[in-house]
Design a protein around this ligand. Structure first.
Ligand code: ACO
Length: 336
């Protein structure tokens, strides 16, 4: 009997209309298009504007588009997992809000918080519910309104992040396609290098925390960069080894979009001599920046028309926590 696997059977993205360019940023902080482009590869990013609009707004748009595109009745959805670091509220879960908005009233729903690795952790978690035969249709949405936790006076972080969401539908596949394997890791000692200082239970919001600008991303860029390069590369190599894959055999690397130079290192360490310039490497950082949980599904959305049934893909991420890993899957349908 063929093994039941969870396969991605549809993908949809949503990015807000407002485009924040490097040129506009260079009027806000002491930076330049040249610095941002050469150090990160980012040219522009999207920002969600509008009173009262949070991450669920973008997640809902992505899921609604996914349901329409895949001709799926929201009542058929068993589970919605939302990967996010910028939930609309501390509670309830953003996934609950999205499920309500799209009419998925028979689904249960919850969030996974693993910073930039959130989508990676979430699709592997979701895949287990399908592979056991317990559920038939699961949606994973990665969504973040990073602009809500970015200090637009801090040039070392404000140039990197953008807002966006992407969603995938996972269903059972008995033809051999779908999610095959994963290497997922975390190291909580990394928290000191990448976190938000206030707003949680350890340091709730006060006048002082607001005045000290502690409700924003704090990042020691160089340290995070080094860890991202080492660990993403190692996770990709490990998952390749576990599945007897060579770089030639892999059709796509879908890497987290934090920095073009990190992706370049990851691609080279898996054996792609051209690094980030290889045609196998998905890149959307130039137009979306780092959307945290949104990057991997936004890559899928952007490249969907080029994907073919049976394509071998490795997804990889590194982020706050620290969290990191790689997932190996084979694509289940021809893109249109
Ligand atoms: N414009 C101009 N100069 C700048 C800017 C800017 N936007 N930002 C920093 N600089 C300056 C610094 O002040 C420093 O100047 P100095 O030498 O006079 O002190 C110099 O540039 C070098 O600074 P670094 O921080 O060492 O620059 P680096 O080359 O490391 O690039 C960056 C910074 C882009 C943040 C990089 O370190 C990086 O990409 N880090 C990893 C990000 C990441 O992967 N995060 C994980 C995911 S995020 C999540 O999980 C939420």
């Amino acid at each position: 009997m063929t093994k039941l696997r969870a396969a991605i059977t549809g993908v949809q993205g949503y990015v807000p209309d407002y485009v924040l360019t490097n040129e506009e940023l260079s009027r806000m902080v002491d930076t330049s298009d040249e610095w941002i482009t050469s150090r990160t590869g980012i040219k522009e990013r999207r920002i969600l504007k509008g009173e009262g609009l949070g991450t669920s707004h973008m997640g809902t748009k992505a899921v609604q588009g996914l349901l329409e595109k895949t001709n799926t009745d929201p009542q058929e959805i068993d589970l919605i997992i939302c990967a996010t670091t910028t939930p609309d509220m501390v509670f309830p879960a953003t996934a609950n809000l999205i499920a309500n908005e799209v009419g998925a009233t028979k689904a249960f729903s919850y969030d996974i918080q693993a910073a930039c690795s959130g989508f990676l952790y979430s699709i592997f978690t979701a895949s287990q519910f399908i592979a056991t035969g317990m559920y038939k249709k699961v949606i994973v949405v990665g969504a973040d309104k990073m602009s809500s936790i970015i200090d637009y006076t801090d040039r070392s972080t404000c140039v990197i992040f953008g807002d966006g969401a992407g969603a995938v539908l996972l269903e059972g596949n008995e033809e051999g396609e779908g999610i095959h394997d994963a290497v997922l890791q975390s190291d909580g000692s990394g928290w000191v290098h990448l976190h938000q200082k206030a707003g949680g239970s350890r340091r709730p919001a006060t006048m002082e925390t607001v005045q000290n600008r502690e409700h924003f991303v704090y990042q020691e860029g160089k340290h995070v960069f080094k860890n991202a390069v080492t660990n993403m590369g190692a996770a990709v190599l490990q998952v390749m080894k576990q599945n007897n894959l060579t770089a030639e055999a892999v059709d796509w690397l879908n890497p987290h979009q934090a920095n073009r130079r990190i992706v370049d290192n990851t691609a080279k360490s898996m054996g792609l001599a051209d690094g980030v310039d290889s045609e196998k490497v998905m890149m959307t950082i130039h137009k979306f920046g780092n959307t945290t949980s949104g990057t991997l599904p936004l890559n899928l959305w952007d490249y969907e028309s080029r994907l073919k049934k049976g394509d071998k893909m490795i997804l990889a991420a590194f982020g706050g926590g620290f969290t990191w890993g790689a997932v190996y899957l084979t694509w289940a349908y021809d893109g249109k």
